[in-house]
Design a protein around this ligand. Structure first.
Ligand code: PXG
Length: 291
């Protein structure tokens, strides 16, 4: 078991031991989920898609009207330094920016002092690389009418409830629909399907525009597939040749069952397998060197 207390954590410009890495109980990140974050991966001493993740973090902050008190360059250096201080080669990083301690009511007031936290720890993809079973969750994804899908904020309660539903049903992961019944994504992964030489994704208005997803779609195009984005129904899913979920923490995972129904052959498909191989090569080849 990972001993979190042995990690060195960045908090507001300081590096502190994990057991002293504390923030105020009055922090708005805790009180209201008033915070944005990223999940980033390091492979063999290189950070994969660092610029893309930092850009998304700053976009998330901008959309929720939160000014991050560091330049993007300073944020990148803080992330890299967190890895170095922990001597990590293969790790997961989690920068989090909250609106800090402000007013105790819903309105943040004028005196806002954002809290910036970065932790990094060793990581193994949490869904493995064998085929997994998904369960459509009763709880729905937050619609873009309520909060823009571009914002990666810490309000994950419905995703957590979806995951609990999947656990209770004996499935490996949940699949969330939007409020109209179209397929969106997993609680921490994007969903893609493959049918007849095309890779199809739900539209980005309804999902997090995942960085792994964009990479997988690019690899699919390089492998000669067409890629498209459109509304997907559960019927599209049940009749797909192959399906997969992908994300920074999950990487690429074949989906072999959805709601108890086999997808395609009911085993990890050939296109997904070759994309997994291509992805593993890519993450070892590119990325920002840490050391
Ligand atoms: N959809 C949702 C809802 C997510 O939370 C993705 C898709 C995949 O996006 P990326 O850009 O990672 O390919 C996510 C990923 C983690 C972690 O520790 C990641 C997420 C959430 C919580 C933890 O990697 N989001």
């Amino acid at each position: 078991m990972l001993n979190l207390e042995e990690l060195t954590v960045y908090i507001n410009g300081r590096f502190v031991p994990g057991n002293q890495a504390t923030i105020s109980v009055f922090d708005r990140g805790l009180l209201f989920g008033d915070a944005v974050f990223e999940g980033i991966r390091e492979y063999s001493g290189r950070v994969f898609k660092l610029d893309e993740h930092v850009d998304r973090l700053y976009d998330s902050a901008r959309i929720i009207s939160l000014t991050i008190p560091l330049s993007k360059e300073e944020m990148k250096q803080a992330i890299l330094e967190t890895l170095r201080r922990n001597r990590l080669q293969d790790a997961h990083m989690r920068p989090i920016v909250t609106r800090g301690v402000g007013a105790l009511g819903v309105g943040p007031g004028r005196d806002v002092n954002p809290t910036v936290i970065i932790f990094a720890h060793p990581w193994k993809p949490f869904l493995g690389d064998q085929g997994i079973a998904l369960k459509t969750a009763a709880v729905r994804r937050t619609p873009p009418e309520c909060i823009d899908s571009r914002v990666k904020h810490t309000g994950y309660l419905n995703n957590i409830l979806a995951k609990l539903e999947a656990d209770a049903a004996g499935a490996n992961e949940a699949l969330l629909l939007d409020v109209h019944g179209f397929v969106t994504e997993g609680p921490g992964e994007n969903f893609l399907l493959i049918r007849g030489g095309a890779m199809v994704s739900p539209t980005t208005t309804n999902i997090l525009n995942g960085i792994t997803r964009r990479t997988v779609m690019e690899l699919a195009r390089q492998a000669g597939l067409r890629t498209e984005e459109r509304n997907l129904t559960l019927g599209d899913v049940y009749t797909a040749d192959e399906a997969l979920v992908c994300g920074t923490g999950a990487e690429i995972v074949p989906v072999v069952r959805v709601d108890g129904r086999p997808i395609g052959s009911g085993e990890a498909g050939p296109v997904t397998r070759s994309l997994m191989t291509a992805f593993r090569q890519l993450v070892q080849q590119e990325g920002t060197p840490v050391y």
